[in-house]
Design a protein around this ligand. Sequence first.
Ligand SMILES: [Cu+2]
Length: 324
Amino acid sequence: MGIKMNFISGLFGFLFLDGLLLCTAADVHHYDFFLQEANFTKMCSTKSMLTVNGSFPGPTIQARKGDTIFVNVINQGTYGVTIHWHGVKQPRNPWSDGPENVTQCPIGPGTNFTYEVILSDEEGTLWWHAHSDWTRATVHGAIVILPAAGTTYPFPTPYEEQTIVLASWFKGDVMAMISTSIQTGANPTQADGYTINGEPGDLIRLLQCLTVVAQDAAYIKPINTTYIMITPGQTMDVLFTANQTLSHFYMAASPYHDSVLTFPNSTATAIVQYEGNYTAPSSPFFPALPAYNDIDAAQKFTNSVKSLANEEYPINVPERQLQA
Ligand SMILES: [Cu+2]
């Protein structure tokens, strides 16, 4: 991750129970990412910002464990940018890792660069993001890695899958903000709010039953919970069990904050609507979120994260005995 990353970009894969089509072998995928400016209006304010293919969040990459993905990045913007494949380990393939001026020069305006993203043991949800100054605030998206052909999840196959991207929203130009901050040494401007899949609105906690089954594309022992605590750059796969009375419910996301610095204490929301024949409430049910400084709620969640570590998904730690 780069410097001064004070925005949230969490990804949250929702898995609904159902059948999944299985292909047959490790595959090769091709994507074109056009870096281009686009106008967005949110929170009563319009700005032009750098995007991939004009969308925010950017396009979702979908592949299977072990596949290879070629992403041709065509820079139609006005400054150099690189893209990083966050959480993809890429052993012996650093030239496609993406940190600007570390493993490659920025992809200049009017030029292109094709990344070769080689998946190895990752399985679950990850994300990609620009790795140049603050461009990642607007240039990011999900990487969904399904089980390899002929294999399936270590839990009941979901009915449907949804990707939820949590991000911070800045009304101003993020590149101008970080450049001012670097020049003056002052703290960067705070975010104006948070978004769920690009929309401010409604933050993440659901009244429903949630089961966290993977984190950063690695399976964990299932955690049954009603809220999650997700940190910047992190990804989780969560089973959502729709077992409530037919109605409308809010999902909500608000910040957890344990320092004395100021922060935007706002809540983003989205609405979960059950299908069926019922009269919707005038306002969806709103879940009670832990307080922004509820350290016990945060630690209770993080302390419950344990690697799945079973026979099928072993954790192979190096074994070397030290001689006295
Ligand atoms: Cu990253």
